[in-house]
Design a protein around this ligand. Structure first.
Ligand code: PMV
Length: 357
């Protein structure tokens, strides 16, 4: 059976930075994110067959080989082991991201693969189990298997079975929330998050303080989301992002993901809030210099304009909180024929649609 799924990235407001188990991808702390809407999305089709001699994979129309194919095969192994299956698979994945986005697509990509792969094997699987599979592809991907506001729990068990996504509130809970994205750089980051967080755990003396403080931060963030308390939500998100970037800076050798434009965005958001006399916008930055500025519907256009006017900001986009992965049942949407024959496909950025055939 062929299965096709679209998944979206997520942006953390309480960050994951540090692992206690590198192989199973078990984090040193819980984290909280909002899943994004389809402004950015990855479509993935997976088909298993007794006829296939080996796994094959395509990303954005290009056939994967070597290490890249190995990474997909390793995820397919995890999916096969969940379904007690031996069949080889074909996977095609297409990122519908603006070329200027400068975003990592691993969260949406690995979430889409976990969903499409398990569905292609006909597995009845809970969102919790799905998040455990996605987690092993890329940590933050485990939060993209659900919509709304999502927590990735920090468990106790060695096998990682209690480290998974839990929905705090769905996408309808706080419909006014907007994420205004400001792209400041397109190039790939110099230090991968995998290598960077390991370096921080090994060398930062501030990291222990961060870990000790996080339970209270997580508690306050859960409460702010449940109560739709904007000032608390924005204040915690800004301080938390800054705290993660502080331990990155305290890493040896230092890791600096923010650039001069990010710094101008930080100042501009504080000036904006000062002019409003209240916290009405709040930034967060992942392992890169692009800003995600949370605000509400009524201020989104104003915030977008403000960010767009900062020198060095290349592109701005406005996202809502998304509803999570979508299973596309119509065979026309699949990136393969039912029997695994390749279909030509590409993303038409101008029309924001996938062209197949
Ligand atoms: O899962 P990774 O390897 O993409 O790491 C993501 C780490 C941050 O984006 C910086 C924070 C987070 O919680 O998403």
């Amino acid at each position: 059976m062929i299965s096709t799924v679209e998944a979206t990235p997520n942006i953390a407001v309480v960050k994951y930075w540090g692992k206690r188990d590198e192989k199973l991808i078990l984090p040193t702390n819980a984290s909280i994110s909002a899943t994004m809407d389809e402004t950015l999305r990855t479509r993935t089709s997976v088909v298993f067959s007794e006829r296939f001699k080996s796994d094959e994979a395509w990303l954005n129309g290009k056939k994967l080989e070597g290490k890249d194919l190995g990474e997909i095969s390793r995820m397919l192994d995890i999916i096969r082991s969940a379904g007690k299956a031996k069949m080889k698979a074909r996977m095609a994945s297409l990122n519908c991201f603006p070329t200027a986005a400068g975003f990592a697509s691993s969260a949406s990509g690995m979430a889409a693969l976990a969903c499409a792969g398990t569905a292609a094997l006909g597995l009845e699987i809970s969102p919790k189990e799905l998040s455990i599979i996605a987690r092993q592809g890329s940590g933050s991907a485990c939060r993209s298997v659900m919509g709304g506001f999502v927590e990735w729990t920090r468990g106790e068990k060695k096998d990682g079975s209690d480290y998974h996504a839990v929905q705090i509130a769905d996408e309808k809970h706080w419909p006014q929330i907007r994420n205004v994205i400001a792209i400041t750089e397109k190039t790939k980051k110099k230090v991968s998050s995998r290598a960077g967080m390991k370096q921080t755990v090994d060398t930062s003396s501030l990291f222990a303080k961060r870990i000790a403080d996080l339970p209270n931060v997580l508690d306050a963030m859960r409460k702010a989301i449940r109560a739709r308390d904007l000032e608390s939500f924005l204040g915690i998100a800004m301080k938390e992002s800054t705290n993660m970037h502080a331990v990155m800076m305290d890493t040896w050798p230092p890791i600096i993901y923010l650039n001069n434009v990010s710094r101008e965005i930080i100042y501009a958001v504080h000036d904006y809030n000062a002019a409003k006399g209240a916290l009405e916008a709040g930034y967060t930055f992942d392992a890169g210099p692009n800003a995600h500025v949370y605000t509400t519907e009524k201020n989104a256009a104003e915030v977008r304009k403000m960010l767009g006017e900062i020198e060095g900001v290349q592109k701005t986009m406005v996202c809502r909180v998304g509803s999570g992965p979508k299973y596309l049942k119509n065979g026309k949407d699949a990136l393969f024929e039912e029997d695994g024959t390749a279909k030509k496909h590409y993303y038409d950025e101008e029309k924001d649609r996938i062209v197949i055939g």
